[in-house]
Design a protein. Sequence first.
Length: 223
Amino acid sequence: MKNNNLLSLLILVVIGVAAYFIVQTVREGAQTATAPFQQVNEANHALQTQMANLLNPTPTIIPDPVTYINEIRALARLETIQYSVEKVITGEINGGTFSALFGDKILFVGHGTVIAGIDMDKLTPENMRYENGVLTVQLPPTEIFIATLDNEKSYVYDRQTGVLSKPDPNLETQVRQVAEQEILKAALEDGILEQAKINAEAYLYKFFAALGFPNTIFLNDPG
């Protein structure tokens, strides 16, 4: 009877071990069967990524590690007004009847900044006179300090290139230059220099008063 029990226990152990190996074999077989499909999916994903990079490449910008400082100057500029101007500029090459074939047209929205004021370095002792409690000041003429495009806000709204032509690499550069000129022109026509003069006098009047000259007269520039 005892031998029969040991034999039954041994049979159960053998059956259990055999079942374990059968399950492991089935699992490994399933993994082996699905492995080729996983490899195909991974290769397909890698190919899609490469195609996306080719169609929408990310530019690589490498600045030259060498820096050349050409000039250093001390400035004493009193900036008294700033204009923010937007201009829409159209540039076109080979327009007209055959523009659909050979044309190149760009619509550019330029955002620019124009800053004006007075260069206080040009104010000399000969330009100032104090008599009878009155300070007379001959201010230097107002001038434009900065007139430039804001590259973060400026953008190409639309570009149309003919079927048989390629985009002209110089067209956008030329349009940007014209946009910068037009932004400066708009500020000048709006009277930025005159407003810069008014703001400078208002600021300097308070400045001289704080220094103990409450009565200040500003003379017009003779030029």
